[in-house]
Design a protein around this ligand. Structure first.
Ligand SMILES: NC(=O)C1=CN([C@@H]2O[C@H](COP(=O)(O)OP(=O)(O)OC[C@H]3O[C@@H](n4cnc5c(N)ncnc54)[C@H](OP(=O)(O)O)[C@@H]3O)[C@@H](O)[C@H]2O)C=CC1
Ligand SMILES: O=C1O[C@H](COP(=O)(O)O)[C@@H](O)[C@H](O)[C@H]1O
Length: 495
């Protein structure tokens, strides 16, 4: 786990990125490696080798990388001399990763030159996932895989349980599970990792973390953006696959898991898998009562009019893809039986917000009149990470009136932690061979096992998603989902 603000330098390594000309590499991966280089964690004789089919040489790729850094790294973090030294580590080999012909020899000779045999090699697959198996095979068969190699897989791992298994088997044939690092960038977020500390380092909370004390949990990941030019990918995916199957279920597992025997990778992941396997199945028989889906129509974002989802798609294609999902999950175990976990995620919401709300049960009527409302612990993951837990205290003065005060912790307080993009820590964890914050094969498959029947149920439902105006909190059906249980989404409670 990332536990301190100082960054220990790692041993020199080689990072080979497949998909090196793509959006993810330019926006996230290169900036992440640059920041860690600038902070002194990455030795200057490490190498970053980009590969993709585009015909570029080292210099051509370095220019693209330079441009990407200027676009995606804050100006105050960009120092010309540091950028130049960073770019000296960057190389490019033009290659179709899925085909066995091509310049694999060139890539191999670059990797073996001036490098000790035990030097860490990370293969980062940032291409479409249906190429992962072929790339893994080529890496192995062309003799690029060494004893200290790891392979990082970007999400999505498949589009349902069957395809996820195919991806896992395809890569697993050439890399042992211990060297496969499935990335979920939500696990790289400080505030998500902090949930583990909050739960297990505070005995008071630990004792209250169950169905006796907690009425419900809400996990929201709202975005203001729409398609951002990713329509080709997104329309085949939708919010359930894009956000719920991975990021939100990962957050749920961290909120709900039993105390692991240690913070070791497998101890943590064993507990997370148990949660996923304890989720009550949702399928066509109970879908309508437990899942709401929506697609945005014209509305506003940032005070400006924005088009409908369908208008953003190339060719304005009619589409039933959901851009919003809200669902009620239940964990069928002794700790959580009967406690709803409300998960929701959507594009074109009123604000960018990722938050976990833990609603404690109300008290009995008595000393202070009517039943005291239950406390609400709010874990703000982004933006401006914080943890708030309002408490009632006596109003100063002669009477026994009450005031509500906020016990507040700002995780991102200046000097406490520097804001770090979640990719930074995860990319370096792969170098260190530290898999705790990566998703194990059985976790991915358990998540798909739960999500796939929802997709199948939707396929049989001719109604398609409900609509919601861009810039709102989703369709009415999302509110209805909670109303049935006498609950409300947190923004409605506050209103
Ligand atoms: N962009 C994002 O924010 C996120 C992306 N992801 C995932 O990361 C992966 C990459 O996404 P993104 O960067 O957006 O996609 P892009 O379409 O922008 O980039 C794809 C990259 O793959 C390369 N490529 C395609 N085919 C091959 C091939 N046969 N051999 C070698 N390289 C190939 C392309 O280069 P060329 O055409 O030159 O070969 C390009 O560099 C996807 O799995 C995506 O779902 C996950 C989370 C967020
Ligand atoms: O994986 C994805 O995540 C982003 C949201 O990530 P965040 O860190 O900004 O919350 C989402 O926009 C994208 O559609 C999805 O693929």
């Amino acid at each position: 786990m990332n536990s301190s603000t100082s960054l220990e330098p790692v041993d020199s390594f080689d990072y080979v990125i497949f998909g090196a000309t793509g959006d993810l590499t330019m926006r996230k991966l290169l900036p992440a490696l640059y920041r860690r280089f600038a902070e002194g964690q990455v030795p200057a004789d490490s190498r970053i080798v980009g590969t993709a089919r585009s015909p570029l040489d080292d210099e051509g790729y370095r220019e693209r990388a330079r441009q990407a850094l200027h676009e995606h790294v804050r100006a105050d973090e960009l120092i010309d001399a540091t950028v130049n030294r960073f770019l000296r580590m960057v190389h490019y080999v033009s290659l179709n990763g899925a085909e066995s012909t091509g310049n694999w020899e060139g890539l191999k000779s670059l990797l073996v030159s001036n490098a000790a045999a035990d030097r860490v090699r990370v293969f980062y697959l940032a291409t479409a996932p249906d190429l992962y198996g072929d790339i893994a095979r080529n890496v192995a068969e062309k003799g690029l895989r060494s004893e200290s190699s790891r392979i990082v897989l970007e999400k999505p791992i498949g589009t349902d349980l069957e395809t996820a298994r195919k991806v896992n088997e395809g890569v697993g044939r050439y890399f042992p599970e211990g060297s496969i690092f499935r990335i979920d960038h939500y696990l790289g977020k400080e505030a998500v990792q902090n949930i583990i500390a909050l739960r297990f380092a505070n005995p008071m909370l630990e004792r209250m973390w169950d169905r006796d004390s907690i009425e419900y949990v809400q996990i929201t990941a709202a975005e203001t953006v729409g398609l951002e030019g990713r329509g080709g990918y997104y329309d085949g995916s939708g919010a359930l696959r894009d956000m719920i199957q991975n990021h939100l279920l990962q957050v749920l597992t961290v909120v709900a898991m039993e105390r692991p025997v240690s913070l070791d990778a497998d101890a943590l992941r064993d507990e997370k898998v148990r949660v996923l396997k304890s989720l009550k199945p949702l399928d066509r028989d109970n879908l309508r009562a437990n899942v709401a889906r929506g697609q945005y129509v014209q509305g506003t974002a940032g005070g400006k009019p924005v088009p409908a989802y369908r208008e953003e798609l190339p060719g304005e294609t009619p589409s039933n893809t959901e851009t919003f999902v809200a669902l009620k999950a239940e964990i069928d175990n002794a700790r959580w039986r009967g406690v709803p976990f409300y998960l929701r995620s959507g594009k074109r919401m009123p604000e960018k917000l990722t938050e976990v709300v833990v609603q404690f049960r109300a008290g009995e009527p008595g000393l202070f009149g009517e039943a005291r409302p239950g406390s609400r612990l709010v874990i703000r993951v982004q933006p401006n990470e914080s943890v708030t837990l309002p408490l009632f205290v006596k109003h100063p003065g002669d009477s026994f009136g009450l005031d509500e005060v906020d016990a507040l912790s700002r995780l991102g307080e200046p000097g406490r932690i520097r804001y770090r993009d979640s990719y930074e820590g995860l990319m370096l964890d792969a170098v260190k061979g530290s898999p705790a914050l990566f998703v194990r094969k059985d976790e991915t498959e358990a998540a798909w096992q739960w999500v796939t029947p929802i997709l199948e149920g939707w396929r049989e439902d001719e109604n398609g998603p409900d609509t919601y105006e861009a810039g709102t909190w989703g369709p009415d059906s999302a509110r209805e989902l909670l109303r049935q249980a006498g609950h409300q989404w947190v923004e409605d409670i506050a209103a």
